[in-house]
Ligand binder design. Structure first.
Ligand SMILES: [Zn+2]
Length: 454
């Protein structure tokens, strides 16, 4: 039998009489992004020559083939069909893929075979920015986990978690994982409390995140931690070695309330310190995290505003006609956005913060348009703060705030909330960032230096 094995690289489109000897390195169900319906099952096959290729199992074949295949096992497979690989969202860099037929034979290989456990399509971090919007190939990356966030729920209800990876040059990359990958990642990292964790993450797409490029998970995404994989060992060595006279930077991951695209830790400040913050001359603003309870919704300026539908800026009122200075255009019909000013309190003091559209909707849990439609049926209530908005009173939240010269020079508190995360309760006795030590200097620029862990 051994003599008749064909390497994956030597397969041809014309014949289905080949036998291949392959390890199943991973399997996942491809799902329709919009409906969530399963499309088919992908199986990554790897052979002795370290060529990999996807085999596709259609939904109506799942009952036949899935019980016969297990990840990491080696199989001799024959009577399959070689087909051109899909042109988009390719998980492995191969021109062909394999379709299983009803006559396909799968036999577990019990003799010895030297096939590695893993092969990935690793992309260096600096290349990611050139791949934004490119959906031809999915991206695999390798890095040391510098930090990761708490799971967050997006407006559409999707769960996400942000992870910051470091490469051999201490460059960082933000990777966002979705839905069931959130819990999988937490479970993967939880055994490594105080040691560095190196992960390979597969099946990612490059996205633009503010100004930097970042990576976002797909249904092909899988994470592997501290596996026996040569490039991972090399990265570990590189990071442990002295770089430019500086000591190595092997650190255990930190858990952050919010992960930033630059990987910097944002300092948590009590309200009393926020009120005393001074913006250093070289900075436009200071970011901080504030954990506080919402104690009131302030009605003075309403709870939403009319804006330009293009840029969301407030329009100029020209005798009943509206004009947007930013877009340089007349506005046909105004759009509306949330702007909720709330009073928040922690044990050190009280202040006010402003929640704009995305963050407001996240806390209110109901889109603005829905509330406005319900409200308009009762014109008298139009200007009052609707109960669904008042429902956010009492919530304990971690707010990421922007402290700007406007707040300080104009003496106007109303700090803008750039991110919000509801926390179960206000517990000021324990730090929410276990492995990180903050610099106890509220006016030192807002960005705390990371404590080095050994
Ligand atoms: Zn505009």
């Amino acid at each position: 039998m051994e003599a008749s094995i064909t390497p994956l690289a030597a397969l041809s489109l014309n014949s289905d009489r080949h036998t291949i000897l392959v390890r199943v390195t991973r399997m996942w169900e491809a799902v329709n992004k919009r409906t969530g319906a399963p499309l088919h099952t992908n199986v990554v096959l790897l052979d002795e020559k370290q060529t990999h290729m996807i085999a596709v199992i259609r939904n109506n074949q799942k009952q036949i083939y899935l019980p016969k295949l297990k990840e990491e096992e080696i199989y001799a497979i024959s009577n399959f069909k070689l087909v051109p690989a899909p042109k988009q969202y390719k998980a492995v860099d191969a021109d062909y893929s394999i379709n299983f037929l009803y006559k396909t034979k799968i036999e577990k290989w019990v003799a010895s075979a030297i096939i590695p456990l893993y092969k990935f399509e690793l992309k260096p971090f600096p290349e990611v920015k050139n791949l934004v919007g490119n959906v031809a190939m999915l991206i695999d990356v390798l890095g040391m986990v510098k930090s990761y966030g708490k799971p967050e729920t997006r407006n559409n209800g999707a769960q996400k978690i942000d992870v910051i990876l470091t490469d051999h040059k201490n460059e960082i990359m933000l990777v966002t994982l979705w839905e069931d990958r959130v819990v999988q990642l937490q479970e993967l990292l939880s055994p490594f409390k105080n040691e560095p964790v190196f992960v390979v993450t597969t099946g990612l797409l490059a996205k633009k995140f503010s100004t930097a490029a970042s990576l976002s998970g797909t249904d092909a995404t899988r994470c592997y931690a501290n596996i026996d994989y040569a490039p991972l060992t090399d990265l570990k060595k590189a990071l442990a070695t002295t770089i430019d006279g500086k000591q190595g930077t092997l650190t255990a991951p930190t858990v952050e309330q919010f992960v930033t695209s630059t990987g910097e830790t944002i300092q948590e400040l009590p309200i009393s310190s926020i009120l005393k913050t001074v913006i250093p001359p070289e900075k436009q603003l200071v970011r901080c995290i504030c954990r506080a309870q919402i104690v009131d919704v302030l009605g003075g300026n309403g709870w939403y505003y009319n804006c330009c539908p293009t840029c969301a800026r407030a329009p100029q009122d020209m005798n009943g006609k509206y004009y947007c200075l930013a877009c340089n255009e007349d506005i046909e019909s105004l759009a509306q956005r949330f702007r909720i000013v709330v009073r928040v309190e922690d044990p050190t003091g009280t202040t006010t913060v402003t929640l704009f559209n995305k963050e407001a909707e996240q806390l209110v849990g109901v889109p603005l348009q829905k509330i406005l439609v319900a409200q308009s049926q009762d014109q008298q209530l139009m200007e009052a703060i609707p109960p669904v908005v008042r429902n956010i009173i009492g919530k304990h939240c971690a707010f990421q705030l922007k402290i700007t010269p406007y707040n300080i020079i104009q003496g106007c508190e109303e700090y803008t909330v750039s991110r919000v995360y509801e926390v179960p309760s206000l517990d000021t006795t324990t730090s929410m960032v276990p492995n990180t030590k903050f610099v106890a200097d509220p006016i030192g620029g807002g960005i705390a230096k990371k404590q080095k862990l050994t």
